[in-house]
Design a protein around this ligand. Structure first.
Ligand SMILES: Cc1cc2nc3c(=O)[nH]c(=O)nc-3n(C[C@H](O)[C@H](O)[C@H](O)COP(=O)(O)OP(=O)(O)OC[C@H]3O[C@@H](n4cnc5c(N)ncnc54)[C@H](O)[C@@H]3O)c2cc1C
Length: 479
């Protein structure tokens, strides 16, 4: 299978182009310093190449001027938020500019009457949540990276998170956008009203577009009232099958927890070692569910009771109910540490975020068990089991060529399998460049061609994040 080439050679940047960038944002905000170029040449995928130049615009107008210069000089430009993406979306694969949006970090407005907030793209997700919660409002999307990922990056990836089971993913909370086209023109999509059916829905088209259609500079997010009570529970099971059976019981009992996360035994082992605690579950635990219910106090307590019962009926060996904030925080600390903790088990992790219809999760786990056995790989799994969105982490030794080859073969089987289960190869991380070789497993040539034509309408010169979502074009022309 051919993998997208990520070269390391830096193309020479023309002096007149660098002058245009300095004129656009001020010389202090244009960097060709090696350290910055390296830093901005990598995201959480940990593969890429250094940026040629890093530019930090301070306003939408400056973003516009940078893009106009990139268009005039035909230089690729890669928008970058927190750099927490797992598919290489924010790293340059074809040289050029990394557009670091870190100066656009203000919460401009929290409108309590209209239940919305207007924010610049680089507001950190967790900061927005805290700011709106201080006035009794709620922004539910909560990727586990919320301490470092940005709202712009969340929109560009349509991020999900534990609460998506009840509240849905980022796209449900985006009312409108300010965005800059590759040409430098500034557009506004949607707006502050909750309904708008004028023309095609460009807000939703840009949501999940991975920085390939436009640079998002401002976001109008929809807020809802903050549920006054949350109860968090941890249920332990002897194996994955029992944990998944508890999820089925819950759905049959018509309970929709605000979060429903599954963690398997290998992931538990990693996080216990990372956090230096063994007190995560009783001995012999093969899987745990981390659940949260929320709402008015009485309703939340009743739902917690039903969750407890559904888990016990499925064979839970222990159900811990966290009534106080400190225990709740500790349970979520464990969940959020999972992704990074896997490094204690192996130096390299390939993190896939496959998704299947909820009812087919048992078949997904059967597929993963087969892959583990056939390809002799350690594959800890955890994730948003309520959505059918499981993080399948292939743990590797980069020096072991045979293992790497087996993992590539295993990826192919995994992706073919999830598509056959009516699922998708990515529930939340997007395609970036790392999943390019698998796009055709899910989309037909007609569908890919339609996406390419949409890309060409937004970005005819193909300067905006080239080599992402679609395989790079060898002629360097239109996508
Ligand atoms: C520990 C960890 C846990 C994670 N947990 C989750 C999770 O629970 N759910 C989930 O969905 N993801 C998760 N992720 C993945 C990642 O955090 C999300 O994809 C997040 O939305 C990326 O945001 P970012 O600001 O870091 O964007 P970046 O990584 O900087 O960029 C991601 C993509 O968006 C584009 N982009 C960024 N900003 C803009 C902008 N303003 N305009 C246009 N394009 C832009 C970039 O070009 C790139 O293609 C996790 C990652 C880590 C490291």
């Amino acid at each position: 299978m051919t993998r997208p080439a990520v070269t390391t050679a830096a193309p020479a940047l023309d002096a007149s182009f660098l002058d245009a960038l300095r004129a656009a944002v001020g010389a202090a905000h244009v960097s060709i310093d090696d350290e910055q170029r390296r830093q901005y040449g990598m995201d959480a995928l940990k593969k890429g190449r250094p940026a040629d130049v890093v530019v930090h615009p301070g306003s939408p107008e400056e973003v516009s001027a940078v893009l106009a210069a990139c268009s005039a000089h035909r230089v690729p430009v890669v928008p970058r938020g927190g750099g927490t993406g797992y598919t290489g979306g924010a790293v340059p694969t074809a040289g050029g500019v990394v557009l670091a949006l870190d100066r656009l970090d203000r919460i401009l407005e929290i409108d309590e009457l209209n239940l919305l907030a207007v924010v610049e793209c680089h507001v950190i997700t967790g900061d927005l949540q805290r700011a709106v919660e201080a006035v009794g409002l709620f922004y539910p999307p909560d990727p586990a990276s919320l301490a470092t990922s940005t709202i712009g990056g969340n929109v560009a990836e349509c991020a999900g998170g534990p609460r998506a089971f009840k509240y849905g993913v980022t796209k449900r909370y985006i009312l409108g956008l300010e965005a800059v086209l590759a040409s430098g023109e500034i557009i506004h999509t949607g707006g502050k009203s909750v309904k708008n059916v004028v023309g095609y829905d460009l807000t939703q088209l840009l949501t999940g577009s991975e920085g390939t259609l436009a640079v998002i500079t401002k976001v109008i997010v929809r807020l809802i009232p903050l549920p006054p009570t949350q109860v968090t529970l941890r249920a332990s099971f002897v194996d994955i099958g029992a944990a998944v059976a508890a999820v089925t019981n819950l759905i049959r009992a018509r309970v929709i927890p605000s979060a429903l996360e599954l963690i398997d035994a290998d992931s538990l082992e990693a996080v216990a070692r990372q956090l230096e605690t063994r007190a995560l579950a009783p001995p012999g635990t093969g899987a745990i569910l981390l659940l949260e219910v929320d709402g008015l106090e009485q309703a939340a307590r009743e739902e917690a009771r039903r969750v407890d019962q559904s888990c016990r009926e499925a064979g839970a060996t222990e159900v811990l109910v966290a009534h106080d904030q400190a225990t709740r925080d500790e349970l979520w600390r464990v969940r959020r540490a999972l992704s990074t903790s896997l490094k204690v088990l192996a130096p390299l992790k390939i993190n896939h975020d496959v998704v299947v219809p909820r009812g087919r999760v048992p078949e997904l786990f059967a597929l993963i068990a087969r892959i583990r056995r056939d390809y002799r790989l350690l594959i800890p799994c955890f994730g948003h089991v309520g959505d059918g969105n499981i993080h399948v982490n292939m743990l590797l030794d980069p020096a072991d060529e045979d293992m790497i080859a087996r993992s590539h073969a295993a990826e192919q089987v995994l992706f073919e399998g999830v598509v056959a289960l009516e699922g998708s190869i990515s529930g939340e991380h997007g395609i970036g460049f790392s999943k390019l070789p698998f796009l055709h497993l899910e989309l037909t040539p007609i569908e890919i061609d339609l996406l390419r034509r949409i890309k060409a309408a937004f970005d005819p010169l193909n300067i905006l994040n080239p080599g992402k979502v679609f395989p790079p074009q060898t002629d360097g022309g239109a996508p």
